[in-house]
Design a protein around this ligand. Structure first.
Ligand SMILES: Cc1cc2nc3c(=O)[nH]c(=O)nc-3n(C[C@H](O)[C@H](O)[C@H](O)COP(=O)(O)O)c2cc1C
Length: 184
């Protein structure tokens, strides 16, 4: 039995090309018994549809802070309390910057401020974006606040470059998450 059994994972998906791997991540988490609630940013919808996530997670996807029906069913604060873990994969440079600044200007960033659950991020971006001093400073700030980083990995990138910035593969994220929970 996996330590993920019955764990409530709020999976944030931000707007990076690696979002195409996130439905597979949902499948792997659910195979281990986790309950997965997906929250997408507006930009993530450019890469993958909410319908895909709904199909693989078995739950309606939360996309918008200003959705009266979703808010009535489970308010964003209830959703923040529901989560055992917040996992953002892919975590874009923009998401990392917003959270480092404490912004709460969309549903995902608001949930990250409103939740007491540990936050785990799997960054994914072009190697120059990852190496940029602004991104590195944001990551340092987030690490100092207890945010856990999974990756990024190094290798071929969607943009044709090679270097650090790739999102870890879904199975690797799951394995590291399990290890983290075992050690907590
Ligand atoms: C084709 C394309 C691919 C992109 N891939 C990434 C990426 O892998 N990582 C990243 O940080 N930003 C990427 N971006 C830029 C983000 O989508 C942009 O910074 C956006 O503001 C992120 O918003 P979000 O964090 O709210 O989802 C990409 C943009 C385009 C047009």
């Amino acid at each position: 039995m996996s330590v993920l059994e019955e764990k409530r994972i709020l999976l944030g998906v931000s707007g990076g090309i690696a979002a195409y791997k996130s439905p597979d991540l949902v499948r792997r988490l659910r195979e281990r018994g986790a309950r997965v609630q997906v929250v997408m940013t507006a930009n993530a919808r450019q890469f993958v549809t909410a319908m895909t996530f709904q199909a693989v997670s078995g739950r309606p996807v939360r996309e918008d802070m200003w959705d009266p029906r979703a808010e009535a069913a489970m308010s964003h604060i209830e959703l923040a309390r529901w989560a055992d873990r917040l996992l953002v994969a892919p975590a874009s440079a923009d998401f990392l910057a917003r959270h480092a600044c404490g912004l709460a200007n969309d549903l995902l960033s608001t949930l990250c401020l409103a939740s007491e659950a540990p936050l785990i991020v799997a960054p994914a971006m072009n190697r120059q974006m990852w190496a940029h001093p602004a991104t590195q400073a944001n990551c340092k700030t987030l690490s100092s606040r207890g945010v856990h980083f999974l990756g990024p990995a190094e290798g071929d990138q969607a943009c044709g470059e090679v270097g650090p910035g790739r999102m870890l593969e879904p199975m690797e994220i799951v394995k590291r998450l399990e290890k983290m929970i075992e050690q907590s």
